[in-house]
Design a protein around this ligand. Structure first.
Ligand SMILES: Cc1cc2nc3c(=O)[nH]c(=O)nc-3n(C[C@H](O)[C@H](O)[C@H](O)COP(=O)(O)O)c2cc1C
Length: 338
């Protein structure tokens, strides 16, 4: 598949994809990205099928441009109820600091298959995935409906698997990236974007999209010169006027110093990069349930922290280049990236 094909498929002015950021991307943000000449992506990972449909429709009320929908591929995870209890108890000291001696933990259920159905029914033309790859049946259904498929890989091995599974393009997610690692095969391996790009581009035939720590013109240029056909950018857009990030989250991004991010499983049970804060420090030695259980356990706490304006207990996902993030409207920020 040629470069022209990827750009033609994205239908954008610039070879840039607004990273899907579940929990942060709002319909206004996705539409503003699309209107600013980049591919807007709906971060639908935590949404129900119904919410996914509503979200897509709300974006379409604001733009006629093509958009992508990003889904979390569900994993089968068994958890010992006793361990889950211990993980809940490990969160008690944080609950106390938020004046929450007890909080409800409704366990989430993935509606992945129904979300896929929504993507088809709403005639979405681009669908991206993280945390794994869709199965054969799902790939067939999406392809029969002419939907362009983008997988996420954090290693060369995962990129090969994504190509074999029928993905049309791959996001190479370097270790610098903000948010969750998209890793799904083998041990968690941290590979810098430069190295990952080199490995993936020489191994697969399909177009590669570079993600992780890209925050200015030079970085965009470097990734494209290294052979990526587009870049996917998250953190650099987080503090934009249109972003749905909590005001305290935006402030933390704008105040961030170089080297302030760390990888942690404390919030969700899955490794993710964010700005180091008290929650991460206090949970260092604690029992942590596997994803998505830990995410369910901490949801009430994170909500309370946001409500109480305590960003020391909020998840402040951000990539290694967070210190380069700027405020302003999306269009102005994007113009500084190209
Ligand atoms: C707040 C936040 C949320 C994210 N949520 C998602 C998501 O829902 N789906 C996904 O595929 N990637 C998600 N990512 C990862 C991005 O797709 C991308 O890999 C990352 O933003 C690139 O690194 P950067 O943040 O340094 O630009 C998220 C990243 C951030 C910062």
């Amino acid at each position: 598949m040629s470069k022209l094909k990827l750009m033609a498929m994205l239908g954008t002015e610039h070879p840039i994809i607004q990273a899907p950021m579940a929990g942060v991307t709002t319909p206004e943000f996705v539409a503003a990205s699309a209107e600013a000449g980049i591919l807007g992506s709906v971060g639908a990972g935590y949404l129900s099928a119904h919410e996914t449909r509503q979200f897509i429709r709300q974006v379409r009320e604001r733009t006629e441009k093509l958009i992508a929908v990003n889904l979390f591929v569900p994993e089968q995870v068994e958890v010992d109820p006793l361990y889950l209890r211990q993980a809940y108890e490990a969160l008690q000291p944080i609950g106390k600091q938020l004046c929450l001696p007890f909080w409800e933990v409704p366990l989430s259920e993935s509606e992945f298959d129904r979300q896929v159905q929504v993507v088809v029914e709403e005639s979405v033309k681009i669908c991206s995935f993280t945390f794994g790859l869709p199965d054969e049946k799902t790939v067939r259904l999406l392809k029969e409906n002419d939907i362009y498929l983008i997988g996420t890989a954090t290693t060369v091995e995962e990129a090969k698997l994504a190509e074999q599974a029928g993905m049309d393009a791959i996001v190479a997610q370097g270790s610098e990236a903000g948010g969750h690692r998209g890793s799904f095969s083998g041990e968690l391996t941290l590979i810098s974007l430069d190295e990952l790009l080199r490995g993936i581009i020489t191994t697969v035939q399909i177009p590669v999209i570079a993600a992780g720590g890209i925050a200015n013109k030079e970085m965009t240029k470097n990734a494209l010169s290294a052979g990526a056909q587009a870049v996917q950018i998250g953190t650099a857009l987080l503090a934009s006027d249109e972003s749905g990030a909590h005001p305290l989250y935006k402030k933390a991004v704008l105040d961030a110093d170089e080297g302030c991010t760390v990888l942690t499983k404390a919030f969700s049970g899955k490794t993710a990069r964010g700005i180091r804060n008290r929650f991460i420090n206090e949970m260092k030695e604690a029992n942590i349930a596997p994803y998505p259980y830990q995410n369910d356990l901490t949801k009430g706490l994170r909500k309370a922290a946001a409500k109480q304006g305590k960003n020391e207990f909020m998840s402040l996902w951000a990539g290694e280049s967070v210190h380069l993030s700027t405020s302003g409207n999306l269009k102005a920020i994007i113009e500084r990236l190209i």
